[in-house]
Design a protein around this ligand. Structure first.
Ligand code: ZN
Length: 198
């Protein structure tokens, strides 16, 4: 049954497609947007469009950025020889918030999952291997401690080890199955400090 005008229903439907937005939230957001001043709605829409068109992958670490090379990769204050491998840009942000890691990152944009049909070629692994041909001292694997994250960590360490580069895995403190982005800073730092060489 269509309680609302077609326009409102369409808006609710579109918002409901977003991750984490259930039917009730979609309704609430739709009515909020309809009641917003028109210029604010225009600003919101254009910000979304601009972000979508201008954000791309950093040429070096593959994180999302609006520059060719992201601010972390282009900073001379960061140790470019220590690379922390994370699954996504949100995990990078979680470690960045601690302010204690002065190396650089590599963002895979996913994890290997045979169940979902995601193989090594579907994540940014080729790009990591290319970087390792340069001058690298250590690769810290900070994928999530889920099944997929662990499988990815194992795969990467096997791939890198023959190159003679030190490979480590962040340690205890990160709960099994836990997403890095939801973990507090103290736990993240403890996991980094206690990393185990693979
Ligand atoms: Zn970068």
């Amino acid at each position: 049954m269509n309680y609302y005008s077609t326009q409102i229903s369409k808006l609710i439907e579109e918002l409901g497609r977003l991750p984490g937005v259930g039917a009730k939230s979609a309704q609430r957001l739709a009515f909020h947007i309809i009641n917003m001043p028109k210029d604010q709605v225009e600003h919101l829409a254009s910000t979304m469009l601009e972000a979508r068109s201008n954000v791309k992958y950093c040429k070096i670490c593959q994180t999302l950025t609006d520059k060719e090379v992201c601010p972390i990769c282009s900073s001379d204050k960061r140790d470019q020889k220590v690379i922390m491998v994370v699954e996504n840009t949100r995990d990078l942000a979680a470690y960045e918030k601690t302010g204690k890691f002065d190396g650089v990152y590599h963002v895979l944009h996913g994890a290997i999952s045979p169940m979902l049909g995601i193989g090594p070629q579907d994540i940014k692994l080729k790009e990591l291997m290319l970087r390792l041909q340069g001058d690298v001292d250590e690769v810290i694997i900070a994928t999530n401690s889920s099944l997929e994250g662990e499988a990815t960590a194992m795969y990467i360490s096997k791939l890198i080890k023959p190159a003679g580069i030190k490979v480590s895995r962040i340690a205890s403190g990160v709960p099994v199955g836990g997403d890095l982005e939801y973990i507090d800073e103290v736990t993240l730092l403890r996991a980094l400090d206690g990393r185990i060489q693979l």
